[in-house]
Design a protein around this ligand. Structure first.
Ligand SMILES: *[C@@H]1O[C@H](CO)[C@@H](O)[C@H](O)[C@H]1NC(C)=O
Ligand SMILES: *[C@@H]1O[C@H](CO)[C@@H](O)[C@H](O)[C@H]1NC(C)=O
Ligand SMILES: *[C@@H]1O[C@H](CO)[C@@H](O)[C@H](O)[C@H]1NC(C)=O
Ligand SMILES: *[C@@H]1O[C@H](CO)[C@@H](O)[C@H](O)[C@H]1NC(C)=O
Ligand SMILES: *[C@@H]1O[C@H](CO)[C@@H](O)[C@H](O)[C@H]1NC(C)=O
Ligand SMILES: *[C@@H]1O[C@H](CO)[C@@H](O)[C@H](O)[C@H]1NC(C)=O
Ligand SMILES: *[C@@H]1O[C@H](CO)[C@@H](O)[C@H](O)[C@H]1NC(C)=O
Ligand SMILES: *[C@@H]1O[C@H](CO)[C@@H](O)[C@H](O)[C@H]1NC(C)=O
Ligand SMILES: *[C@@H]1O[C@H](CO)[C@@H](O)[C@H](O)[C@H]1NC(C)=O
Ligand SMILES: *[C@@H]1O[C@H](CO)[C@@H](O)[C@H](O)[C@H]1NC(C)=O
Length: 419
């Protein structure tokens, strides 16, 4: 009991605790003055607590710290256990830890759990395989728990699992075996872990999936064609792995996609014209790959696209920049380090339609400062380095973004000063 204390005992705090049995107050919130520790006494555990959440408290600015009390392991009826985010968001210091009992011991008898959220608790152990017996589990949230070892693959096959979050456990490894049964998973977030191997083509069994995040893992080989069969996918966060080969043509069926990040792979081939059919897309990052050829005209039809990153590829061809100026949602555009020849219209009638915040046009073979920049008034970051711009910087250039601009990069040109 001494271990779990509340930092601020003066606040009246509301916990969504529900009781059955002697203390029947099923729908009302239970108000405590002070610490969760007062609740988790041996006397309270004789009631059938079904929900226990300390998250609410941490969102109110009070935190629990110390060891998660052993008594929680006696709450056999528990279906909802949330002790997440008892941490300092600035220093990322975790206030709660799970050492004695360990995660495995604590949950051993909590087999009715539907929701388990221990995000930002220092667990520092492996993920127990026994969780695969928790057939009611819908949400398993273990973000940033300092987990290590290999994630037991059978835990992927929990029959009712909808959300699995293991992000930011850099020493947690794991890989996918084949998926045999259809799955209820909606969100599978593994970013910034040590998961590796290939994405099996049976990944299409996860046919409810909406979000897949494997950012910064170590997956390799080709992106399986079958990923394009997950028609409900809205976010594919695949950044920074080692995928090779082209963007699968099956992705043209992912019409619900709003977010596609393929940054930093070894993806080859050209940008497919059918990208223009993914009309809901808001974020598209294909930078730092080996793509070549032109940008297909259809891309300019993506009117919801807010952020387009194509830098650091081998793309080429004439680019009529005015096409970008007609994309009314576009605020971030990164074209740097390719082999484009940019062409700017002489009259920028529609120039004020686009409100750029970020513009990366370094190494784009520019020979003068593009006119339209003078019409921008929300620019924060402008990179024109490594072009062939001669002479003086015209006054108009910074006319309008003077209040917002934080970075202006114009090195490696042939500039002689301000006009
Ligand atoms: C789990 O339940 C078994 C049988 O009821 C009991 O012997 C054991 O002590 C319990 N373990 C924990 C960690 O509560
Ligand atoms: C988590 O616990 C481990 C082992 O007890 C410890 O070495 C580590 O410093 C802790 N991490 C944090 C962020 O407190
Ligand atoms: C899962 O439950 C089965 C049957 O109750 C049991 O035999 C098995 O040991 C359990 N597995 C784990 C990992 O606890
Ligand atoms: C991961 O492992 C490395 C090497 O063993 C260690 O230095 C690092 O602190 C670990 N990180 C975490 C978050 O546990
Ligand atoms: C990633 O996987 C490759 C093999 O596919 C291996 O050589 C490399 O060491 C791995 N990198 C990390 C950081 O684990
Ligand atoms: C797109 O989906 C349709 C219908 O499921 C299918 O017939 C077609 O082959 C798919 N296209 C690609 C390129 O996978
Ligand atoms: C993409 O859209 C164009 C025009 O709307 C249409 O002709 C074409 O069939 C579409 N392609 C796919 C793969 O849906
Ligand atoms: C990119 O294109 C240039 C010029 O066409 C070529 O020299 C270079 O090998 C290409 N790089 C890659 C990685 O394909
Ligand atoms: C300006 O925008 C209108 C529609 O908003 C479009 O029809 C026209 O082609 C655009 N003009 C230029 C020069 O891009
Ligand atoms: C920049 O400001 C000058 C002086 O206020 C004005 O004459 C010029 O039209 C402005 N240029 C642009 C592109 O807005």
């Amino acid at each position: 009991m001494k271990a779990l204390r509340c930092c601020n005992s003066r606040k009246a705090l509301s916990l969504p605790l529900r009781y059955e049995g002697a203390y029947r107050a099923p729908s009302s919130a239970f108000v405590i003055f002070g610490c969760l520790a007062l609740l988790i006494t041996t006397s309270i555990t004789q009631f059938t607590i079904k929900q226990l959440s300390a998250y609410l408290i941490s969102t109110l600015g009070s935190y629990f710290y110390g060891q998660v009390p052993f008594e929680i392991s006696n709450l056999h009826m528990l279906s909802y256990l949330d002790l997440s985010y008892n941490y300092d968001p600035d220093t990322r210091e975790k206030f709660l830890q799970l050492k004695n009992p360990s995660l495995k011991t604590l949950v051993l008898n909590l087999t009715r759990l539907e929701v388990l959220d221990f995000s930002c608790i220092n667990i520092s152990s492996e993920v127990p395989g026994l969780l695969s017996n928790f057939t009611s589990l819908r949400l398993l949230l273990l973000k940033d728990c300092e987990l290590h070892g290999a994630f037991p693959t059978k835990n992927f096959h929990l029959p009712n699992l909808q959300v699995l979050i293991l992000q930011f456990n850099e020493n947690l490894s794991g890989h996918f075996l084949e998926f045999h049964d259809r799955s209820t998973l909606l969100e599978l977030l593994l970013g910034h872990t040590g998961f590796f191997g290939r994405l099996p083509s049976s990944i299409d069994k996860l046919d409810s999936l909406k979000i897949l995040d494997i950012t910064g893992c170590n997956f390799s080989r080709a992106i399986p064609h079958s990923l394009g069969k997950l028609a409900k996918i809205t976010e594919l966060r695949l950044r920074k792995n080692n995928f090779i080969g082209p963007i699968p043509s099956s992705f043209q069926n992912l019409t619900q996609l709003t977010f596609l990040n393929l940054n930093r792979h070894k993806i080859t081939g050209s940008i497919p014209p059918w990208l223009g059919n993914l009309t809901k897309i808001e974020f598209l990052d294909l930078s730092e790959n080996k793509l070549e050829g032109p940008i297909p005209q259809s891309v300019y039809k993506l009117m919801n696209l807010d952020d387009l990153k194509l830098g650091f590829n081998n793309l080429s061809g004439f680019l009529e920049f005015d096409m970008f100026l007609n994309m009314k949602s576009l605020t971030h555009l990164h074209l740097s380090w390719n082999y484009f020849s940019l062409v700017f219209g002489k009259t920028n009638t529609n120039a004020t339609r686009s409100k750029f915040k970020l513009l990366g046009l370094s190494f784009c073979n520019l020979i003068e400062f593009p006119n339209f920049i003078g019409y921008q008034n929300e620019l924060e970051w402008l990179d024109l380095a490594g072009n062939k711009i001669y002479g003086q910087i015209p006054k108009w250039m910074l006319n309008t973004s003077v209040d917002t601009l934080m970075a202006l990069i114009i090195r490696s040109n042939f500039l002689t000063g301000f006009n």
